[in-house]
Ligand binder design. Structure first.
Ligand SMILES: [Zn+2]
Length: 333
């Protein structure tokens, strides 16, 4: 919010001040100019591009013997994360991304790690409340511990299959563990039905049902939703707002990196995600390995942070792509 105050001061300089305050004002303006110049220099040094694209990666089950093309083995999942570390990515949650709170160091790139269907392979706790080795959460925590700066955060899109728990106390335990350990809980509808073609009431029951349940169990109100099969309801707004829920972002399945939330092409009602998978078969071009290779080869298209969460920094020539709502935060260089 510091940025808003700064903008107000700058605007105030346009009016004719009385002579006495003029000096102080001039000093303040000079100081401001200096700060801004330093920020611009830092952004340029980091080659910041906060209008660039963000990979939102999607995993399902992490299991030793993959049974579907969505499954990854623990070793593959670990390799997925290690590649992100190597490429300079830092995880942010889906909630942070859609609300523009991308607070990562200068020169780093945000990545959103998402897990669908709340399966036990993602989170199972042992008798002491520690994630079982080999689960997605345990592997993410291990990789983060070995690589300082790689935040162990992710978004879990939950259905009524709450990590395999049927007892309400155990369900609450799982959700509260995620909440208390900095993870983000998202809505994935109650029964995982395809919402396309369903009535408004059915859509509200599916989304609101699990939304209220998550709230009752953990006092968390999901900020985002991921649609089953990536299919939008007949009116896409139904996924965002309804009886018992209000989402700032609706995630699809999708096959491309997502636009930055500060970019004009960002559509909060349809944010694409990328399946985490090697470059083979139907994943030769449109899954995670292929896209991460592409983003690495096209650094000007990728989101790179300037390290300052309060500004939206970008090379000047990209100015037409800035979303109007973020004009106040703009730091072109
Ligand atoms: Zn799903």
């Amino acid at each position: 919010m510091g940025v808003v105050a700064v903008a107000a001061i700058v605007a105030g300089c346009g009016s004719e001040p009385v002579a006495q305050v003029k000096d102080t004002k001039a000093e303040a303006a000079a100081k401001l100019q200096k700060t801004k110049a330093a920020k611009v220099a830092a952004a340029a040094k980091a080659k910041a591009n906060e209008l660039g694209q963000i990979p939102v990666l999607m995993w399902h089950r992490i299991v030793d013997k993959p049974a579907t093309t969505d499954d990854r083995t623990p070793a593959q999942f670990r390799a997925d994360l290690e590649r992100l570390v190597k490429d300079g990515y830092v995880p942010v949650t889906a909630a942070e991304m859609v609300t523009g709170k991308i607070d990562i160091p200068a020169g780093k790139h945000p990545v959103v790690l998402t897990f669908d269907d709340s399966s036990p392979s993602q989170l199972t706790l042992d008798g002491t409340g520690t994630p079982q080795p080999g689960t997605a959460v345990a592997i993410l925590q291990e990789v983060a511990a070995k690589n300082p700066g790689f935040r162990p955060v992710a978004t879990f899109y939950v259905t009524r299959d709450m990590f395999g728990k049927t007892n309400r106390d155990e369900q609450a335990q799982m959700l509260l563990w995620l909440k208390n350990n900095g993870f983000d809980i998202g809505n994935h509808t109650r029964d995982h039905h395809n919402l396309r073609g369903r009535t408004h009431q059915q859509v509200e029951e599916q989304i609101g049902g699990i939304g209220k349940e998550i709230g009752a169990l953990s006092q968390v109100k999901p900020v985002t939703i991921a649609l089953p099969y990536g299919n939008q309801p007949n009116k896409k707004e139904w996924a965002a707002r309804g009886n018992g829920y209000k989402h700032a972002g609706v995630f699809l399945a999708g096959y491309t990196p997502a636009p930055s939330p500060f970019s004009r092409s960002f559509d909060p009602l349809g944010i694409p995600r990328i399946r985490a998978m090697d470059k083979k078969g139907d994943c030769a071009q449109f899954c995670s390995t292929a896209w991460l290779d592409w983003l690495k080869g096209n650094p000007d298209m990728r989101y790179t942070s300037d390290g300052d969460v309060a500004t939206v920094a970008y090379p000047k020539f990209k100015a037409p792509f800035l979303r109007k709502a973020f004009k106040t935060y703009a730091l072109p260089y």
